[in-house]
Ligand binder design. Structure first.
Ligand code: HEC
Ligand code: HEC
Length: 369
């Protein structure tokens, strides 16, 4: 840049400097690669019996430093979209734990997506992707948004050639895979490797688990007790260290989800018992991933808590944990927690302690362009 300007001034002082039609700046990558392959969950996670089980069910992707580095570039590169305007990071933003702050995302078509873009992290423990769990494994997921007409609308058969023509890609593919050939399988692998590096286990909640919640306020402690006390039953679905379930549940936001426009797994299976069954997303980083639920219907965590307290609908297959009797036959009378004002605020305050302090700022996960 500086050299170019100097040359320009010296050779032709009176010529206007015309904007050059540069397609894409090269990514700004560190001289020695980030050690993605060394990233590891803490021992307490690896030893956790429940998570060990989920680990076995999680995405199984081998991560190399060069592979994830290529994935990082691909994730942030709008060249993967048909018109060069949308990247994965348009809808999955690091500062929001890779969620979209909009209820529905907008890609190249301008048509909003069907559902809310959730946060992305801890795929080691997740095998099934999307709110309706319709895709098994990260590698099977990552090209779907690239091709989707409302997201990046890129014809997949034209993708390798397009990337090959950008001068920064061949060396990155060579470093990752041994030669410079660009293939969609390699794009899949690299993106999956990068996503596997979105690991979230550093929050005030985690510190609290180690030090008996020393730094917690009285309100946060009250919220923690409510979350785990067995009365709210929050932790019976959002469970374990990752505060999630690999299963999908019906949490009673509608009496009839199909009629309301999105039956979730019910739209795939056609079964009434799946109407409104959606992925039980992790509550990690939930303070950053507003708005909430598969359709982004709740703007704030307080709205979510108000819903669980007073708003559960008498869905015929309502999950038993959200019914008055708890375990038993599903579809019973909805639970009415009727939490006090103080309890609601305490639950909200507690959920804010799930916010990651490392992943959302990690340079190795940031935009290299
Ligand atoms: C136009 C917005 C948009 C773009 C661009 C986009 N996504 Fe998404 N992403 C979404 C939405 C919306 C969902 C939820 C869709 C659903 O579940 O039905 C989602 C879901 C996902 C999931 C599933 C996560 C889970 O927990 O089940 C992954 C993984 C993901 N996206 C990765 C990517 C990658 C990689 C790219 C780029 C190649 C990308 N996304 C581009 C909007 C987008
Ligand atoms: C029966 C299992 C179940 C119970 C009990 C439960 N949840 Fe959920 N939760 C879910 C499911 C399933 C979703 C996603 C539903 C959807 O989007 O349609 C969800 C979504 C959420 C979300 C939104 C997450 C996001 O990123 O959009 C929050 C926050 C939440 N629950 C908090 C709680 C709290 C607090 C409690 C206790 C008061 C609780 N949950 C009890 C199953 C449950």
């Amino acid at each position: 840049m500086v050299l170019g300007m100097a040359a320009c001034v010296k050779d032709a002082p009176n010529e206007p400097v015309l904007p050059t039609d540069e397609p894409n700046p090269a990514p700004n990558l560190p001289a020695s690669l980030f050690a993605y392959s060394q990233l590891q969950f803490p021992q307490a996670w690896l030893d956790d019996p429940a998570l060990q089980l989920f680990g076995g069910l999680g995405s199984d992707v081998e991560v190399t430093d060069a592979g994830a580095t290529l994935g990082r570039v691909l994730f942030y590169d709008a060249s993967l979209s048909v018109d060069g305007t949308v990247s994965c990071s348009s809808c999955h933003q690091q500062e929001f734990a890779f969620a979209d702050p909009a209820a529905k995302s907008v890609g190249v078509s301008g048509q909003p997506t069907l559902r809310n873009a959730m946060g992305l992290f801890n795929f080691r423990y997740q095998r099934r992707m999307f709110w309706d769990l319709n895709t098994v494994g990260l590698e099977a997921q990552v090209l779907q948004p690239v091709a989707h007409p409302d997201e990046m609308a890129m014809p997949l058969d034209a993708l390798p050639e397009k990337l090959q023509a950008l001068e920064y890609y061949p060396p990155l593919f060579e470093a990752a895979f041994g030669d410079a050939a660009v293939t969609n399988e390699r794009v899949q692998s690299a993106l999956a490797q990068f996503l596997m590096s979105f690991q979230s286990y550093s929050s005030r909640f985690d510190a609290g688990l180690d030090n008996d919640f020393e730094g917690f306020t009285t309100q946060e402690i009250q919220g923690k007790d409510l979350f785990f006390n067995g009365v709210t039953r929050c932790n019976q679905c959002h469970s374990g260290k990752n505060l999630f379930s690999t299963q999908a549940f019906i949490n009673g936001m509608e009496i009839d989800y199909a009629a309301a426009g999105d039956a979730g797994i019910g739209a795939l299976s056609g079964a009434a018992s799946d109407d409104g069954r959606f992925k039980t997303v992790s509550l990690r980083n939930v303070g950053l991933t507003a708005p909430y639920m598969h359709d982004g219907r709740f703007a704030t965590l307080r709205d979510v808590v108000d819903f669980y307290s007073d708003g559960i609908q008498p869905h015929p297959y309502l999950d038993e944990r959200l019914s008055v009797n708890g375990f038993g036959v599903p579809g019973q009378e909805p639970y009415q927690l009727s939490l006090t004002e103080e309890e609601r605020e305490a639950l909200v305050a507690f959920m804010h302690t799930f916010t990651d302090t490392v992943m959302v700022q990690a340079e190795w996960l940031s935009d290299p362009f």
